[in-house]
Design a protein around this ligand. Structure first.
Ligand SMILES: Cc1cc2nc3c(=O)[nH]c(=O)nc-3n(C[C@H](O)[C@H](O)[C@H](O)COP(=O)(O)OP(=O)(O)OC[C@H]3O[C@@H](n4cnc5c(N)ncnc54)[C@H](O)[C@@H]3O)c2cc1C
Length: 470
């Protein structure tokens, strides 16, 4: 679709000429996709600065049946922000914090606020906003809401969905639906906000939100443990949670290959252990009480784990800098994998109790399919979410490896389903997993989703073709 110049002129009248980009060079950075596998086609990028302006842009697009793709930080990993014609609507100018109500423990914000800025704002008010993920320096809260992002704090605080108390959304016909009351209890009919959370921009454009805040952690312990076998990962999780309860805020699994690749490819990283071990766990414990001796508590539990042979070595961070260095070993695994050649990625979840069994069987299955393949399963094992990533065999042609993606999907996702798991734990469906959703989801599920879509967006202008074909 090529949009007529009159249409672009109308957009310029609404949001200002500087905020409607149409030249290829100007739109390039919005058309790029995080993994570099796809490129958007779009006639214009609109950058409205208020919810009213978003509504005005949507009304103009609705009249002309022009598709709109909402864009936050463009860090999504499933092609949800990839446009196939029409307008990309960037939320980057919707970046104001409207109110922090420290007593209500809520923050009202615009959708284009960068996640790391919101964490900082909460901290400035002696509060804590727990959503945290590797892309937090560039992803925007509207994108987090629209993907129902997970991240490293889910174990204690839940997914983005659990952190949202109110939303404002521009509907596909340009009307503004607003429920920003910040209530923790509100049983007045259907809770409509949940339709828009995780909808990947297919039902409307999120313009504002009320998010929950929590007491700020004042004591923190970060440590990495080395384990001799995979099965012990879950046993250690059970022991630490039994000993430390809710103070266990993150429990991330890292395989030996993860440490090897990160220390090989990522500058300023080093293996904190004297020798390599098959598996590692990165843990973080926090407490809002400054006097809490978390370290003594976890050292006690770790001592018992040592005696039982569950843990063979451990390093504690003695400073924020050391803590960040340990986290870097976990966060940089995807980047290190990319530098090692082709990587095929799966973002699956199974019940926490089945995680290690799943990882073992999935590793056996994929290695049987391709000798020399290097599985690199890592991630949020404490909430059942495993990034079951595969690194190509050394020396294999990258394109030939990536061409096998669908075969590995079938192996990993079939096994995931055997455990009643999910083929998309936290990244969403977008374009990349659309066929997989169709394959693994019941026809009734898809039918209900299509009905919701048609009810709210009968002309299919909001991010068409994402999640499923309408
Ligand atoms: C290094 C790295 C680490 C990551 N780690 C994690 C992780 O631990 N957990 C996790 O869940 N994800 C992770 N991600 C994926 C990504 O960061 C998240 O999906 C994030 O929530 C996307 O936010 P964004 O602002 O970049 O959204 P975008 O990529 O801009 O958009 C994502 C989707 O949301 C839609 N959208 C965006 N804004 C709006 C809006 N205002 N209204 C309606 N729809 C909208 C888009 O159309 C698209 O479909 C990671 C990505 C990277 C690059």
């Amino acid at each position: 679709m090529t949009l007529p110049s009159e249409f672009l002129d109308r957009l310029r009248q609404l949001v200002g000429a500087a905020n409607v980009l149409s030249a290829d060079g100007d739109t390039e950075r919005y058309r790029h996709e995080e993994r570099g596998l796809m490129t958007s086609i779009c006639d214009a990028v609109a950058r409205p600065g208020t919810a009213d302006d978003v509504a005005a842009v949507v009304r103009v697009c609705a009249e002309a049946h022009v598709p709109i793709v909402a864009m936050g930080g463009n860090t999504g990993l499933v092609g949800g922000g990839v446009a196939n014609g029409g307008v990309i609507l960037s939320t980057e100018r919707l970046n104001r914090v409207i109110e922090v109500d420290a007593l209500n423990h809520t923050m009202t914000i615009e959708a284009g606020c960068i996640l790391a800025d919101l964490q900082k704002t909460a901290e400035d008010h002696d509060c804590f906003f727990p959503l945290s993920l590797g892309a937090e320096g560039s992803c925007r809260i509207g994108g987090n809401i629209s993907t129902n992002a997970g991240g490293v704090g889910v174990l204690r605080y839940g997914n983005t969905r659990d952190l949202i108390l109110g939303l404002e959304v521009v509907l596909p016909d340009g009307r503004i639906w607003s429920k920003l009351n910040g209530l923790r209890k509100d049983n007045t009919g259907y809770d409509l906000k949940h339709l828009f959370i995780g909808a990947e921009g297919t039902l409307g454009i999120v313009t504002k939100a009320v998010v929950k805040l929590f007491p700020r952690p004042r004591a923190k312990v970060t440590l990495m443990a080395a384990l001799p076998t995979l099965d012990y990962v879950l046993i250690l999780f059970d022991r630490i949670r039994a000993a430390c309860g809710d103070r266990l805020a993150a429990f991330e699994m890292v395989p030996e290959l993860g440490i090897e690749l990160v220390t090989r490819h990522i500058p300023d990283t080093r293996d904190p252990f004297a020798e390599r071990h098959p598996w590692y766990v990165l843990m973080e414990l926090t407490s809002p009480r400054p006097g809490d001796d978390l370290r003594a508590e976890v050292e006690n539990a770790m001592g018992e784990a040592f005696e039982a042979g569950i843990v063979v070595d451990a390093v504690f961070a003695d400073s924020e800098t050391q803590g960040r260095a340990l986290w870097k070993l976990r966060e940089e695994i995807p980047a290190a994998q990319t530098r090692e050649g082709g990587s095929i990625k799966h973002d699956v979840s199974v019940p926490v109790s089945k995680t290690t069994e799943f990882v073992r069987l999935a590793m056996e299955a994929v290695c049987a399919e391709m000798p020399g393949l290097r599985p690199c399963p890592f991630g949020h094992i404490g909430d059942g979410n495993i990034h079951f990533n595969l690194t190509q065999p050394p020396g294999m042609d990258k394109a030939a490896f990536i061409a096998r993606w669908a075969d590995f999907n079938r192996i990993v996702h079939d096994l995931t389903k055997r455990y009643s798991g999910s083929i998309s734990a936290e990244h969403g469906i977008g374009l990349v997993k659309r066929d997989e959703l169709e394959h693994y989801t019941s026809p009734l599920d898809i039918e209900l989703m299509r009905r919701v879509k048609r009810a709210l967006d009968p002309n299919n202008i909001m991010n068409p073709g994402k999640i499923f074909t309408a």
